[in-house]
Design a protein around this ligand. Sequence first.
Ligand SMILES: CCCCCCCC/C=C\C=C\CC(=O)SCCNC(=O)CCNC(=O)[C@H](O)C(C)(C)COP(=O)(O)OP(=O)(O)OC[C@H]1O[C@@H](n2cnc3c(N)ncnc32)[C@H](O)[C@@H]1OP(=O)(O)O
Length: 288
Amino acid sequence: MSSYVYKTTRRGVLLAKTVSYQVRLCSGNFRHLEVLKDENNVAIVTMKRAPVNSLNTELLTEISSVLTDLEETKCSGMILTSFSDKVFCSGLDIYEIFKSKPSAIGTSFSTLLEVFIKLYGSTFPTVAAITGHAPAGGCVLGLFCEYRIMVQNFKIGLNEDQLGFNAPSPIVKLMINTIGHRNAELALTSGRLFTTSQALQVGLVDEIAKDRTEAFEKADGFLRRFEMIPPLARNFTKQSMRRALLQDVTINREKYTEGFVSMISLHEVQQSIAAYLDNLKNKKRNAH
Ligand SMILES: CCCCCCCC/C=C\C=C\CC(=O)SCCNC(=O)CCNC(=O)[C@H](O)C(C)(C)COP(=O)(O)OP(=O)(O)OC[C@H]1O[C@@H](n2cnc3c(N)ncnc32)[C@H](O)[C@@H]1OP(=O)(O)O
């Protein structure tokens, strides 16, 4: 069990280091996730793939499976977060897309799209409590949610261009929908990572929190907004606003996956990823 446990109040979620908690979701046996539910059927889904929650196929599959479960059990809201106070999610597992077989890259990407369809299209309200850095696929996971609360002094953004490949068109659209065309173009073409406060300024995140506890209080505050709204009406509106993107990804999932695999498999892209990994390792070495 993680050292952090979430203790629920009447309708709130308070983070506390305590040994008792409410209901654990028992439908799945997860290696990289902890899923807790409070008495109001709000789920707290915590990614715990140390050290940086990189999204490999196994973690993505677990997220996908939890989302199915939450739909089936008519969950009333979901908070997506990380076990780490430094990294929310470091994006796709680079080692799964570097020097890998096309089939493995395809499976990883296609599973990410599955998560997109289920999370972006979920019938229940979703909020990301971003407790640390959220580059690339980490930012994408946050964007799939309806609302983002981010702890101060971290970085978030779509830095794919820095790795030598571009974000696929549905992601570009998602970014445009969130921060507007001009900001999205400037950010995507330079692979920009925003600080938490810059992200708030452009609307990439909705609120800043000073720490994890405040992030949870604010996430709970967001979910409470819907207490008096009939869920059916709320969901109808959500689906109608998200339908075009959802249909695009659902219909063209295979096409997007093939496109991603071809792009990642290019020799130049693999070289860029290798250089990026060297850079990451050097940065770490120099920090010591
Ligand atoms: C509408 C939608 C439809 C379309 C669907 C979406 C399609 C496309 C969307 C997204 C595509 C995304 C592609 C990616 O996500 S590629 C991954 C990009 N990720 C990054 O660039 C992040 C790289 N990592 C970092 O910047 C840092 O590690 C950071 C996360 C800031 C954490 O820093 P720090 O705490 O200092 O930790 P270290 O750098 O020392 O890392 C610790 C170890 O973890 C390894 N690591 C880090 N990131 C990854 C990763 N992404 N994959 C695998 N491994 C990773 C790192 O190498 C260290 O390992 P070791 O200790 O062995 O050296």
